[in-house]
Design a protein around this ligand. Sequence first.
Ligand code: PSV
Ligand code: MN
Length: 427
Amino acid sequence: MRIKTQDLQTINELHLNAHRRAFARLSEQLQEAGIDPQSLIHSLHQLQIAIPSWALGTGGTRFGRFPIGGEPRNLAEKVEDVGLLHALNRASGAISLHIPWDIPEDAAHIQALASELGLRFDAVNSNTFQDQPNQPYSYKFGSLCHTDAAVRRRAIEHNIEVIHYGEALGSKCLSIWLADGSNFPGQRNFQQAFQHTLSSLQEIYAALPADWTMLIEYKPYEPNFYATVIQDWGTAYLLCQKLGKQAFVLVDLGHHLPNTNIEQIVATLMMEDMLGGFHFNDSKYGDDDLTVGSIKPYQLFLIFHELVGGLAARQRPVNTLAWMIDASHNVKDPLEDLLQSVEAIQLAFAQALIVNRQALLEAQQQNDVAWCQELMQQAFRTDLRSLLAEARLQAGGALYPLQAYRQLQIRHHLIQQRGRKAVATGL
Ligand code: PSV
Ligand code: MN
């Protein structure tokens, strides 16, 4: 299914006058504070969030799955779904694949389809956390860290295959998350597991094309509940340092123990130029994979405050990081959920852009604690939704993507096209 420009315009027309009034009010407010709304819009256009190919269908929990119908049945349909999101919000111009869930059998066709829809391929993700059918080895006790060299070899080869799939699609980044770890004290020797992981990663790193980056994701627990080999950002950082200049840490918001100060981790990684990418999601308890900004929007803003500051300090454009969503949808329409997530990310980004950094610096220097808080919250509490709508309008998208998605009855059309029982691959 494709969205017709004319249909989108007709829907936008309905809200245009109200939007113009709201945006004029906001523009005045911003200009009074010395901020140029058009330059914010320019920055918003730079921020493109990659949609994970594994989040286009309903995810499940180990207790069950409730498919919504019309889910993409193959990679081409997944690319089409991301195309729908991008047509609506003009901010989802990239797709991140998980191999072997989404092996591009016909790379040329998939790439042509993606570029027709204005999409590029962001990081490719390897999967050594599940055994595949007829696999002559098992990842039950780990992959890159495994005690058995033959299993490690297979996991290394899989990662190298993933690089080749990515190359065929124009991707420039390999993202690695390992489920490796142990469930019980004494089960594994920590140092040996780390050393095996490092030497396996070194072999993969050696196969990385010169213009690629490798992202290493950390996670404190799950599916292993006693220890994971790459449990925290420090361990990921250590591995990256030992690997070389093309390796960077990937921060997944759901991979932290409750109340961890993620923004401080981001600040440190930015300072060291070791942050390579992000997996956005939200959580109340752990790796809940909920809609971005649905539980802790202030934390998201604080993270973006560090990201924006870190990028500016290094004069790095916003599109030099791999910005991705990593989510799972159990009760919502995945496409609606993704639209909400992208909007939450854009909002936090825009809020971070309007922080009065000079005043904040001075207040910090003076140890004026109350004023520091005031400045942060002033930005966070500014309603920038009409700015986002204007950015979409200028880029040819929908003023209000979720409403447009419903008015265009997209899910209904997808169900008609693909069937009520179509279920996507992924988690
Ligand atoms: C693991 O929890 C993770 O965050 C990794 O990024 C995986 O690649 C992804 O989820 C799979 O859903
Ligand atoms: Mn992740």
